[in-house]
Design a protein around this ligand. Structure first.
Ligand SMILES: Nc1ncnc2c1ncn2[C@@H]1O[C@H](COP(=O)(O)OP(=O)(O)OP(=O)(O)O)[C@@H](O)[C@H]1O
Ligand SMILES: [Mg+2]
Length: 336
């Protein structure tokens, strides 16, 4: 069933709020404008949608993402824009160290920014180990080329994105050397982004060729650095900060990931990697602290399942929303 088919099942007052609706493998995903609604109104709207769409034959799951409407009447992100469309603002998400959660943060932050009304796109610059097709559920999609440029694919939540994972066979190792890798990245960034305003770029770990090419050629407007709380990760985060600073890329702030673990069985919270280290390090270096994402089984499971935590409700989704709000403020400050 296509977008119009799904919308046609909903009462008019609800259908007019639906910004995108998709069906894939029994999962219906709807992005819904929640303008003017309070928390109870949003809950009621979500319940009504789940009720109707969940009752359609062949639908096994309904996912609803509520968006705040910043720009009423605007087209959804990624819709075709005139040739002279402005280039998106590039925000790099980096870390000094691998496995600290750059990709998880990037995918979720994109969703949280979209929910805050931003037109956001995602580039997975980790060309050796792409994660975004999994996190944003676009595995197996193939971007088309238009002229000499790629056209991004859209995630089920409507986020336009490009990843090397869309261009090469899954599981096939890419043994490119630096310059080729840099060119491949160029294809992803210099694509037809339409009216995308903010492009989040998920960087590979470290401070190698890809990062340098990225900084020199595509000059991000700012960088978000991710770190886990332990000291060693912080030293690496500092190294990443130095790289951005040497490339004259402003650092928007530090995010502490995997902070505090709430045991799903006993409910007790512990701090396997320490606590508050990133905030203290941020303070000491004068870099703004953007927020803390807890270590939660659900965040990993949902990232693996392509249903980003930030699209739901609850404290974990709120943690991503807080960081998105800080980034949004930074973007607004920049425009002044
Ligand atoms: N807050 C979190 N809670 C639970 N699991 C998490 C959290 N953040 C990330 N993870 C998990 O940790 C692993 C590493 O995260 P992720 O791939 O985002 O890190 P990365 O920095 O992008 O890694 P790489 O350097 O390999 O690109 C993944 O399995 C991810 O699902
Ligand atoms: Mg990654």
């Amino acid at each position: 069933m296509d977008q119009d088919g799904l919308k046609a099942r909903l009462p008019g007052s609800i259908a007019q709020r639906v910004q995108s609706a998709r069906m894939k493998d029994g999962v219906a995903t709807l992005v819904v404008g929640a303008d003017g609604l309070d928390a109870a109104g949003r809950q009621g709207l979500e319940a009504a949608i789940k009720d109707v769409i969940g009752g359609i034959e062949g639908v096994s799951e309904v996912r609803v993402a509520m968006m705040a409407d910043r720009a009423p009447g605007a087209e959804p992100a990624g819709s075709p824009a005139p040739e002279a469309a402005k280039k998106p603002i590039i925000i790099a998400v980096g870390s000094g160290k691998g496995g600290v959660g750059k990709s998880t943060l990037t995918g979720n932050l994109a969703v949280a920014l979209m929910r805050a009304g931003r037109k956001v796109g995602v580039v997975d610059a980790d060309i050796y180990g792409p994660s975004q097709p999994t996190i944003l559920a676009t595995k197996g999609e193939r971007p088309q080329a238009e002229g000499d440029k790629l056209v991004p694919v859209a995630s089920p939540l409507g986020i336009p994105m490009l990843s090397m994972g869309h261009l090469v066979e899954p599981g096939k190792a890419i043994a490119w050397r630096g310059p080729m890798a840099g060119n491949a990245l160029g294809q992803l960034i210099d694509a037809r982004w339409g009216d995308v305003e903010v492009l989040l770029v998920d960087l590979p770990p470290g401070t190698g060729d890809v990062q340098l090419t990225m900084l020199q050629r595509y000059k991000p407007a700012g960088a978000v650095i991710v770190s886990t709380p332990q000291d060693l990760a912080l030293i690496d985060a500092q190294r990443a900060a130095n790289l951005f600073e040497s490339g004259k890329v402003p650092i928007i702030g530090l995010v502490e990931n995997m902070a505090g673990y709430t045991c799903p069985h006993c409910g007790e919270t512990s701090d396997p990697f320490g606590r508050g280290g990133v905030e203290a390090a941020a303070e000491a270096t004068g870099i703004p602290f953007m927020g803390r994402i807890p270590l939660a089984l659900e965040i990993r499971q949902q990232a693996d399942a392509g249903t980003p935590t930030a699209a739901g409700e609850g404290p974990q989704a709120d943690a991503f929303a807080t960081i998105a709000a800080r980034l949004s403020d930074w973007l607004d400050g920049r425009a002044d």
